[in-house]
Design a protein around this ligand. Sequence first.
Ligand code: TMP
Length: 206
Amino acid sequence: MKGLFITFEGGECSGKTTIIQELCKVLEEKKIPYISTREPGGIDIAEQIRGIILDIKNTAMVEETEALLYAASRMQHLKERVIPALEAGKVVICDRFLDSSLAYQGYARELGMESILKINHFALNHLPDLTLFIDVHPEVALQRLSTRNKTDRLDLEDLKFHQAVYEGYEAVCKMYPERIHRVDGNRKLDLICKDCISLVLRKIGR
Ligand code: TMP
């Protein structure tokens, strides 16, 4: 494949959305062909699945269903949006991917990394070329979350869950040390953006 697949990972309120927006501005300025997308979602079917997963009414959803829905949304998004863009030689910037399922469902929901890898078997052939993990301490994240409206089912989780997600990401970083690059997310946002942009440009070779 000719393009480059770059993903962003992190717990809640890690600033990924703003970082990706700033990165996209630079890619545009440099006329680098790219798409920016997100998981779960990014295309119609996957956005519909996102709606089911995150619906605040669906508190009865069991962990296994949640993990399978993320995997289903991932495959649709991968085949319909990510792979065609990579084949067209574009840089694909994606907010979350398989590592989120490993940290949230595999570790924090205690389904186990092996189960998550198994149900995401098809996606394993398409791992990102580079992943930037925005490393924000769970206490800082929860503090930021407390100032935001609770908009989805995962926003209702407590500090223990966010700590578990953080530990999950630490485990995922150890599983893929070559691919995942840690960025200190406890600093000012403009410094974090600067670091992320230079890491991405270096990977692209610009
Ligand atoms: P977002 O807040 O980055 O839009 O992501 C939506 C929520 O979905 C967030 O709480 C993380 C969660 N999530 C998982 O639990 N597993 C996954 O595989 C993905 C992609 C997201």
